[in-house]
Design a protein around this ligand. Sequence first.
Ligand code: FE
Ligand code: ZN
Length: 506
Amino acid sequence: MDMQVAKKKLSLKEKYKLLTRDLGWDTTYHTKDEVFPYVQYEGIKIHDWDKWEDPFRLTMDSYWKYQAEKERKFYAIIDAHAQNNGHLNITDARYLSALKIFLQAISPGEYAAGKGFARMGREFPGVGTQVACQMQSIDEIRHAQTQIHALSNYNKFYNGFHAFADARDRMWYCTLPRSFFDDALSSGPFEFMIAIGFSFEYVLTNLLFVPFMSGAAYNGDMATVTFGFSAQSDEARHMTLGLECIKFMLEQDPANLPIVQGWIDKWFWRGFRLLGVVGTMMDYMLPKRVMSWREAWNIYGVENGGALFRDLARYGIRPPKGWDDAEKGIDHMSHQFMLALYQYNFGTAFHSWIPSEDEMEWLSKKYPDTFDKYYRPRWAHLSKLKAAGTPFANMGLAKLCQTCQIPTVFTEPDDPTSLCQRETEYKGEKYHFCSDGCQHIFENEPEKYIQAWLPMQQLFQAPINGDLGAWMNWVSLIPGRDNGDFDGSEDERNFAAWRQQATSNQ
Ligand code: FE
Ligand code: ZN
């Protein structure tokens, strides 16, 4: 009788080793430097790629198994949401503005991150790194897809969702996230890892996916909660990869420290500027609030960020340069941003509004030092203008920051009554900035940022030539439907009528 030879089952660790280290080979007819040209030019020195440890050590088969399981749950819930008119369960149709901003400004960022990681997987020579980048690339594309699918249900019923791709490319407020990703994608591979792994994943998505997604749950939006949770479990892996990359660079060579610190300074500030949008969604656009932007910052910025920088201190890393200015801006930024969105709302593919009396009460409780003093009077003035039939619209063109591309609507860190403006002259041209942080970023790489595509300047070029109607056409904004005050909008009317039908006999 033949003896049965028991096949030895490979442990996860062995499988991971086969997938990574054993897949790497030495090049023969080209040098390594020729095959991986981009790892050199940023100045980062790596001596041993094998020291790169992917803390998750996911093998391909377990990766697909986890993701497939999540996809099955996600599509089952999205389907149920569509079948049961889940869109009528949201608290109030104003909430949709947050979703429109998400789709126009954030989801395309996920897609851009997917493109970026596909390229980084090619540019990095270490096999562990290549595999981790490949998985993250697939994750990011999946995030963009699940978000677009989840939000497509809302597009069947409401305005402002239909042209998110044009908005992403051409809308003035979308160039803020877009320029963030363009900046990251045109960096070298190590800087890209800090831009996305540290700034986007650690600084931003923590704040976006945790408190904002609980906000979605509070406001009855199960579709968004579902894609949020499905993405968040990947984000934990992404953040770890980003931090692992930072530590790897710092451990490989002491000469890497100043370069890494410079990127942390730069990308903290770029991420922080992007957070202005998230703060505004939390403080103003969730009809039922979960926590204020200030409270979220205390947890995810001060506590978690503080812990991270204490951990990195042993490598010689200090908190980012803009940290103190950021702290000074927290109690102001969402109010300043919402006031800007409101006065330019003829040019937004979502609605904005003047907060109601009880919302202002909430804001003054959450911002006891700033709201009543600086912002309530401005909202009161805008209410008066609206009641008189002359709602305020700012038809002037905003001055944009050359780096972050936000209109210069934020104030001086130490004086909330004066707008913060900076300028630099470079090769005979003047460039404007919203903050010291953005000015420093420009001054470190002026040749990069003088190429920025600025949406306000674009208004005077073909095909727009200064004509507002031509601009609306070009950004695919349907006036009277997608834009303007929420009061009196089609979204407001339709939601009220459909909800009435769903909950009564009339
Ligand atoms: Fe993502
Ligand atoms: Zn700026």
